[in-house]
Design a binder for this molecule. Structure first.
Ligand SMILES: [Ca+2]
Length: 247
C-alpha cells in the first residue's frame, strides 16, 4: 500500500511539475528579409514576416535598402538579403531618435524574447539600444540591459538577443512596440564609430537579419494533467483517511 501511495504521490508531483514548466515557445514574428520567391538577387527583399505576424518599419527620418545578408545566421545559402538602414542623425544629435520599429501582438503570451542579427558599418554607431512601448501612444523607453556594442568592430555580424520577460506590460499586449536605435557612447553626447580608426557618419548603415520575436503559451494539456493530479490527490487523501478509520 505504501508503494502504491508513493507512486500516486510521484504522479501528482510530476503533474504539478509539468504545470510549472515553461510552456512551449511560439514564434510571434520572424523576418529574414529575403525575397518571397528567390530571384538570385540579394539586393531585393521583403520586410513582411516569414512566420507569425507583425510589422517592421522605421521611425525618425532613417530609410532602408536591401543588400546581401551574407554572414548572418540566415540558413538561406543563396539569395540571402538583409535589411540595411540609414541615414542616422548627425554627430552629436538625435540620440535614440531614429531606427527600426517592430510592432507585434503578444496576446495570451508570456516570456517574450527578441533576437536578431546585426551588422554595423565601420562608421555606424558602435552602440545601439533596444527600446519598447506598451501601446501605440506610450513613450518609448529603454529596455534594461538592452544596450549593445560592436565589440569586434564594424563589418561583423552580431547575433543578439534580449529577454523581455520581466518587463511590465509586455505580455498579453495587442500592440507591443520594440525599437532598435543607435545611441551615444555611454557617458558622452557623441556617437562612437563601430571600427577603431573610423569616424562616425550618418550614412553608416545598421543592417538586420533573422529578426525573431518569440513567446510562450500555456500548454492546455498541462492544466488537464494538473486537474487530474488534484483529483488523484483528493482520492489519495480519501483512501488514507478511510484506512486510518479502519485502523
Ligand atoms: Ca536574410
Amino acid at each position: 500500500m505504501i508503494i502504491k501511495q508513493l507512486a500516486i504521490a510521484i504522479a501528482i508531483a510530476t503533474a504539478v511539475a509539468t504545470l510549472a514548466q515553461p510552456a512551449h515557445a511560439v514564434v510571434v514574428a520572424q523576418w529574414n528579409f529575403n525575397s518571397t520567391t528567390p530571384d538570385g538577387n540579394a539586393n531585393t527583399g521583403w520586410s513582411t514576416p516569414i512566420a507569425g505576424a507583425g510589422s517592421a518599419g522605421l521611425f525618425g527620418y532613417t530609410s532602408y535598402y536591401y543588400s546581401s545578408g551574407s554572414g548572418s545566421t540566415d540558413p538561406a545559402l543563396a539569395d540571402n538579403t538583409a535589411w540595411f538602414t540609414r541615414p542616422y542623425p548627425a554627430q552629436g544629435t538625435g540620440d535614440k531618435a531614429a531606427g527600426v520599429m517592430l510592432t507585434v501582438s503578444t496576446l495570451d503570451l508570456t516570456n517574450i524574447l527578441v533576437s536578431w542579427d546585426q551588422l554595423h558599418a565601420d562608421n555606424a554607431s558602435k552602440y545601439v539600444q533596444v527600446l519598447y512601448a506598451t501601446s501605440d501612444s506610450a513613450p518609448l523607453q529603454d529596455v534594461p540591459g538592452g544596450l549593445f556594442s560592436a565589440t569586434l568592430g564594424g563589418n561583423t555580424w552580431y547575433s543578439r538577443s534580449l529577454d523581455l520577460s520581466n518587463l511590465p506590460g509586455v505580455n498579453n499586449n495587442a500592440s507591443l512596440r520594440l525599437a532598435i536605435v543607435p545611441t551615444f557612447a555611454p557617458g558622452t553626447a557623441i556617437y562612437e564609430a563601430s571600427s577603431p580608426g573610423s569616424s562616425y557618419g550618418p550614412n553608416g548603415s545598421l543592417a538586420y537579419d533573422m529578426v525573431t520575436i518569440t513567446g510562450q503559451v500555456p500548454e492546455p494539456g498541462a492544466l488537464a494533467l494538473f486537474l487530474a493530479g488534484a483529483g488523484a490527490l483528493g482520492l489519495l487523501f480519501r483512501v488514507r483517511g478511510t484506512a486510518r478509520q479502519a485502523d
